[in-house]
Design a protein around this ligand. Structure first.
Ligand code: DC
Length: 229
């Protein structure tokens, strides 16, 4: 069967990574979390003191960007984990500190250009599921299958909050999560460079009231339709 590119875009915390990961596993494709790449650059900025509060030293980042090496390596379960300059940062890039600053970093054009080039390189051989915000519009406008995922903000915040609690975060409140999510939605949709928009040819999936199993069925059905046509 011919290999295709699957682009999954949408709002923050709507389960698209879980969905994309599990789809890739079922169909034997490679999964790439493009958000993890912007998170890794953000972690680099935090660790190297490029932030002063919310003010980022863009000039230093511009100088440093060529030295920021982002890779994915499979863990024992066969799932990709993010490495920043050789160090596994899969867990560090999910912190609230990174979440609260990543929109600043991901709005910078030279950061986006560097990440998009890397993403396009990773997708050259097809057989890839990539999730993000601009995958179907900018990174792979020719992708054979495009899905745009959405869900109510409160439902997304509750899911994210439950996830943080299950990982042992007892500090962050539901309100913090909802506020961060709304701020990110706003920044993602209004930034000048590659704002979050649904590609005209993307299929819409609102998963507010869908179970993970129902979503998988839905996705596999679409995949089958597209690859057998
Ligand atoms: O999917 P995520 O929440 O891990 O993404 C983190 C941030 O990166 C999010 O605020 C938007 C940004 N992002 C982006 O601008 N373009 C992408 N392709 C993926 C993520």
């Amino acid at each position: 069967m011919k290999k295709i590119v699957i682009a999954i875009d949408g709002f923050s915390s709507n389960g698209k990574s879980t969905m994309a990961k599990s789809l890739a596993k079922q169909i034997g494709y490679i999964y790439i979390d493009s958000g993890a790449m912007y998170r890794a650059v953000t972690l680099y900025c935090i660790d190297n003191h490029l932030f002063n509060g919310d003010k980022l030293d863009e000039e230093r980042l511009h100088n440093d960007i060529k030295n920021i090496k982002i890779e994915f390596h499979l863990n024992k379960e066969g799932l990709p984990e993010t490495y920043l300059n050789g160090k596994n940062v899969e867990s560090d890039i999910r912190s609230m500190e990174v979440s609260s600053k990543v929109s600043i970093v991901s709005a910078i054009p030279f950061v986006r250009h560097a990440m998009v080039a890397l993403q396009q390189e990773m997708g050259k051989l097809k057989g890839i599921v990539m999730d993000g915000r601009d995958i179907g519009t900018v990174v792979f406008p020719q992708a054979e299958m495009k899905v745009f995922v959405t869900a109510d903000a409160e439902i997304r915040a509750q899911r994210r909050f439950d996830e943080l609690r299950s990982k042992g975060d007892t500090q962050t409140t539901y309100e913090d999560v909802l506020e961060n999510l709304r701020a990110r939605d706003h920044m993602d949709q209004t930034r000048a460079e590659s704002p979050l928009v649904k590609a005209d040819d993307a299929i819409l999936l609102d998963n507010s009231y869908m179970t993970i199993d129902e979503q998988m069925q839905w996705l596999l059905e679409k995949f089958k339709q597209i690859t057998t046509n």
